[in-house]
Design a protein around this ligand. Structure first.
Ligand code: SF4
Length: 476
């Protein structure tokens, strides 16, 4: 490890220490899986009893109650030219780019269905294209899709418009065209720069190509560039990952997402092509994560929480310092968690007190949309208990603090009575140094931010019943 990557401290620059970032006894106690809480209740709690009519009703109620309230939009583009073996996304692997035409027709219809229920020109403050691979679409196809969205909604002048970019399907010219279309934020899927790891996961892309794209993004004036990384991939070693971290730091992305690879081959077929013997063991995984955290902190990044880092000068880092972070399906955000209209196969949205997910199978999605119906196949309406727990969990994940009096005033309950069981769990997390319990307040400590999922999980009402923990990733 180079000097630049030597450990410094948990939260901000401080003298180097020989102490391990994560004490082994703590890891032993918290060796479990947990949700990422991009929504509460989590998506595995959605059910088929919530369908198209419920979604339509939620849209109509929104139109009646708050028609001018800005929306977020998410558009899912499922196509990928080749499969990455670690993939757990909903995607369609094909080299036939003509398959996009029918999909774009369906998206146009789905947008029109929303205009019918919400009205024309609802303001939009945030748009994200995810996948799959949004850059699977040609320039003309992307222009058509943006044209449809702009004709249906009113984009606010400062709207955040972001797209996930696969460096293997993008060029500097492509980035220039995306900028012309109005995109102002990019996210590059890097995962790891080591060639052996790239071959093992079937995703080969050179550092030089990514560096050229980063350079173009800067020159074009993109407001923010994010890089996604994954630790725990096959053949990753302390040395190889330290090189990747150094290379990423040299690129100076505004934001970095560092995800843990969750090996669930029984659920995700592509993962069966990963040799289990090549996976780093638990101690190595923890070492990879620790080295990455320490490297980023030493080089001017703030740990935002739940796998996310941002340059100390980035709006997200400033929002964290001010206690103004928010969280939505895309992760941490500076924008309030607004209603989210989600378009495309398998997309998950949130309208009022409901969550909904579109059909995951492309033919089922087409059948509904081409038949003039929303493609919602599951979801849920939050009950009063869900609402209070969602608020507590989001306060933990975003502010690292829960003000009991605020929750009591908003939900008409006595915090100590309603959450007596959870508070006794907090007492044991306090002994581990993850939280501090003060009269009327719970605070996540610097160490606790790395285990914030474990803190939030204590307030998850569903984990007590019919736990599906095996389907979640490890909390560290
Ligand atoms: S990781 Fe992304 S690019 Fe790779 S197969 Fe999955 S969705 Fe496609």
């Amino acid at each position: 490890m180079q000097a630049a990557l030597r450990p410094q401290s948990l939260e901000s620059p401080a003298p180097a220490t020989a102490e391990p970032l994560f004490p082994p006894q703590l890891l032993a106690r918290l060796d479990k899986n947990g949700p990422r809480y991009t929504s509460y209740p989590t998506a595995d709690r959605y059910h088929g009893g919530f369908g198209e009519q419920d979604y339509r009703l939620a849209l109509q109620q929104r139109r009646a109650a708050s028609p001018a309230e800005p929306l977020s939009l998410y558009v899912h583009i499922p196509f990928c030219e080749s499969v990455c073996y670690y993939c757990a996304c909903n995607k369609v692997v094909t080299r036939h780019h003509d398959r996009a035409a029918r999909y774009l027709d369906a998206l146009s219809r789905e947008i029109a269905l929303h205009v019918q229920e919400l009205g024309q020109g609802v303001p939009v403050s945030q748009l994200h294209f995810g996948g799959g691979t949004p850059t699977f679409l040609s320039d003309e196809e992307l222009a058509r899709l943006m044209g449809d969205l702009r004709a249906a909604f009113h984009f606010q002048p400062d709207a955040e418009i972001s797209v996930e970019v696969d460096p293997r399907t993008a060029t500097p010219e492509r980035l220039a065209y995306l900028k012309q279309l109005g995109f102002n934020r990019l996210s590059f899927g890097v995962q790891d720069f080591d060639k052996r790891v790239q071959v093992a996961v079937h995703r080969v892309q050179s550092y030089e190509d990514v560096a050229a794209l980063m350079h173009s993004a800067r020159a074009l004036g993109y407001a923010s560039v994010n890089v996604d990384l994954i630790y725990g991939l096959p053949l990753q070693t302390a040395e190889s990952f330290a090189r990747t971290i150094e290379q990423v730091i040299a690129l100076r992305p505004d934001r970095i997402a560092l995800y843990a690879y969750a090996h669930l081959p029984e659920r995700f077929k592509p993962q069966r092509r990963i040799h289990e013997a090549d996976l780093p063991d638990r101690a190595t995984r923890v070492g990879l994560l620790s080295a990455a955290i320490q490297g980023f902190l030493a080089q001017g990044y703030t740990y935002i929480g739940m796998d996310h880092f941002a340059l100390n000068t980035d709006a997200l880092a400033i929002a964290k310092q001010r206690g103004e972070l928010h969280r939505n399906f895309q992760g941490y955000s500076t924008q309030p968690d607004r209603d989210l209209v989600a378009l495309g196969v398998s997309a998950i949205g949130r309208i009022g007190n409901t969550y909904s997910q579109n059909a995951k199978v492309l033919d089922e999605y087409y059948e509904a949309i081409e038949g003039g119906r929303f493609a919602v196949e599951r979801g849920l309406t939050l009950n009063p208990d869900d609402l209070v727990r969602r608020e507590v969990i989001m306060e933990i994940m975003c502010q690292g603090r829960v003000d009991f009096a605020r929750i009591e005033a908003r939900h008409g309950l006595r915090f100590g009575d309603y959450f007596s069981r959870e508070l006794s769990q907090m007492a044991s997390l306090a002994e581990l140094g993850l939280v501090n319990l003060h009269p009327g307040e719970l605070r996540v400590t610097g160490l606790g931010w790395y285990f914030v999922r474990a803190v939030a999980m204590a307030f998850d009402g569903y984990l007590r019943t019919a736990a599906t923990g095996a389907s979640y990733s490890r909390i560290i």
